[in-house]
Design a protein around this ligand. Structure first.
Ligand SMILES: Cc1cc2nc3c(=O)[nH]c(=O)nc-3n(C[C@H](O)[C@H](O)[C@H](O)COP(=O)(O)OP(=O)(O)OC[C@H]3O[C@@H](n4cnc5c(N)ncnc54)[C@H](O)[C@@H]3O)c2cc1C
Length: 532
């Protein structure tokens, strides 16, 4: 940790966030809306100007829904992709198809293509009215120190050299790949040693120039390349740097146009919006917390782009961390709850780093013999298995969940309450957190203080039928919940505010499941209620 410098302005906040990228923004929004004071600093005056994320999946869509940016309300930013993700060799033979079609358990399409800068602008607009969130652009974090109950970042204004400090109960480093917060907090960083350079190009074809709405990888050793949608009105290409090329040579507009020419694109029919050469990596922090300091997003994990999951992992971090910080700051949970953040998210994020690396190992090949070997092996595999693989669906690592269903992603279906219109579950309640049981009588043994404690954590009581004084009874319009409970072999599910299951059980064990959660969270109000 670094020592303090002399400074003028001293600020305090519940949470200080370093990094106003998408992960810092989402976390600030969730904490700000929950009523906490937040200071966010970012050394850049404006958003990141180079190409970044273009694809997101179903649970990412549900996270967007949770902040009021449901995909069907931001059709100018994100659009569904209901098809295969196809990997072909130089002869056009299909090596593998990842099934990106259909809808996921989160109630949204499995795959979308979007424009990251527009999404970040939308998050900015939601943050702007929050008086309790102070955003300091153009300020760089220069040092970090901490004590048992708080941490302090020192910051410096790039334009004026002015110095200030922010002392907060928690500091979160959402400061990207080269996180200083991670280093200052002494959090270990594992590098898996897998990296390649790619030229990434974002293009806006002129109106009317039609491209097939396909996501494909061209595993041609002469130029491994990616062609995918880039969000409404945009396309994304990525071209691997060949062994004889240097990055500067590749990172030129003329070179981008040369590589785009075979696709019928040129300056007369398209705008080259952004291009850059970047080195993808496969890395992760092995610890995500030191005392009052945490990390999230690219500061905690980096992955090759081929699964389109880098930012997905980051927004899941924010979702996992936000409700836990809210619970601890509000006095509804013990500080040890924060320890479950890193252990749960590390396992999940590493699964996607490894999946992305395995996809990279299919395409990042320029040696003819290696490519021939790959082609033969993958085509034989494809013939044998017949079915395209779906992307991995890892559960959470060890943490706040129980049993074999604990830590999996919860489903979201359409519901109707009383005579209301059909509506997605999360929009009908204060969010996704809920105990959902087949019959409200299963909740009879859950005491009043426990019900209040659940509500304080953002967990509603919901049933498919039964007395309405204990729970909100929903009409399970598409039988989403009844079917899901059947599949789980359970009568009750306890869903955390970040969409993951705490656990499931038979009706008779419902009160025990609730008590187990509250005990593990260390909820003070319940302890005192019991003592009385
Ligand atoms: C070419 C490419 C393609 C990608 N494709 C996908 C995809 O399809 N899907 C997907 O999910 N992900 C994808 N990703 C990954 C995704 O873009 C990143 O994971 C995501 O942008 C990381 O967000 P973040 O908020 O964690 O970090 P960042 O966006 O990097 O934000 C970190 C912020 O911290 C600030 N900062 C750093 N240090 C300091 C300091 N000391 N003081 C103050 N501020 C500081 C920086 O200025 C920056 O604004 C892709 C990435 C690349 C490069």
């Amino acid at each position: 940790m670094h020592t303090k410098h002399a400074h003028s302005l001293r600020m305090t906040a519940d949470v200080a966030i370093v990094g106003f990228g998408p992960v810092g923004k989402l976390l600030a929004l969730q904490l700000g809306r929950a009523g906490h004071t937040v200071v966010v600093v970012d050394r850049n005056e404006a958003g990141y100007p180079l190409p970044r994320a273009v694809t997101h999946c179903s649970d990412f869509a549900r996270i967007l829904q949770s902040v009021g940016l449901a995909p069907d309300t931001i059709g100018h930013i994100t659009e569904p992709y209901d098809d295969m993700y196809t990997w072909r060799n130089a002869d056009g033979d299909t090596l593998v198809q990842v099934d990106w079609s259909g809808r996921g358990e989160s109630g949204w399409y499995n795959t979308y293509f979007f424009n990251q800068p527009d999404l970040e602008d939308a998050l900015d607009s939601l943050l702007a009215p929050l008086a309790n969130v102070r955003v300091m652009r153009g300020w760089e974090a220069t040092a970090l120190s901490q004590r048992p109950d708080e941490a302090t970042i020192m910051v410096r204004a790039n334009a004026t050299g002015e110095r200030a400090s922010v002392t907060a109960e928690w500091v979160v480093g959402a400061d990207g790949a080269n996180s200083r917060i991670r280093d200052w907090a002494g959090l270990d960083w594992h590098n898996d040693g897998y990296f390649f350079d790619w030229l990434v190009v974002d293009v806006k074809p002129i109106a009317g120039l039609d491209f097939p709405h396909v996501a494909s990888q061209n595993c041609d050793i002469r130029r491994p390349s990616t062609m995918v949608p880039g969000g409404p009105g945009r396309r994304r290409w990525e071209f691997m740097r060949l062994p004889h090329e240097n990055p500067e040579e590749l990172n030129r507009a003329e070179k981008a146009w040369e590589l785009l020419a075979p696709y019928g694109l040129g300056p007369d029919n398209a705008e080259l919006e952004r291009h850059s050469v970047y080195t993808f990596q496969a890395c992760w922090a092995t610890q995500w917390r030191n005392g009052r300091v945490l990390i999230a997003g690219d500061a905690a994990h980096l992955m090759p782009p081929f699964a389109g999951q880098g930012l997905g992992a980051g927004v899941r971090d924010a979702m996992n961390l936000a409700w836990k910080l809210h619970a601890v700051l509000g006095g509804h949970a013990d500080q040890s709850l924060i320890d479950t953040y890193g252990s749960e998210r590390l396992h999940h994020a590493v699964a996607f780093v490894k999946f992305s690396t395995s996809l990279g190992q299919v395409i990042c090949i320029t040696d003819p013999a290696e490519a021939a070997d790959r082609d033969a092996r993958m085509m034989a595999d494809r013939e044998r298995t017949g079915r395209p693989p779906a992307p991995p669906r890892p559960g959470l690592g060890d943490g706040l969940h129980v049993g074999h269903t604990g830590g999996i992603l919860a489903r979201q279906g359409r519901v109707r309450i009383a005579d209301g219109d059909p509506i997605l579950f999360d929009d009908a309640f204060s969010g996704p957190g809920a105990v959902i049981t087949r019959d409200a009588r299963a909740l009879a043994e859950v005491s009043e203080p426990e019900r209040n404690a659940l509500r304080a954590l953002g967990i509603d009581l919901v049933s498919l039928q039964g007395p309405t004084d204990v729970a909100t009874v929903i009409d399970d319009i598409d039988d989403t919940y009844a079917t899901w409970l059947d599949e789980l072999g359970a009568d009750t599910v306890l869903i955390r505010p970040d969409f993951h299951l705490y656990g499931s059980c038979a009706a008779a064990d419902t009160a025990g499941l609730v008590t187990g959660l509250l005990d593990r969270v260390g909820l003070r109000s319940v302890d005192s209620a019991r003592a009385r």
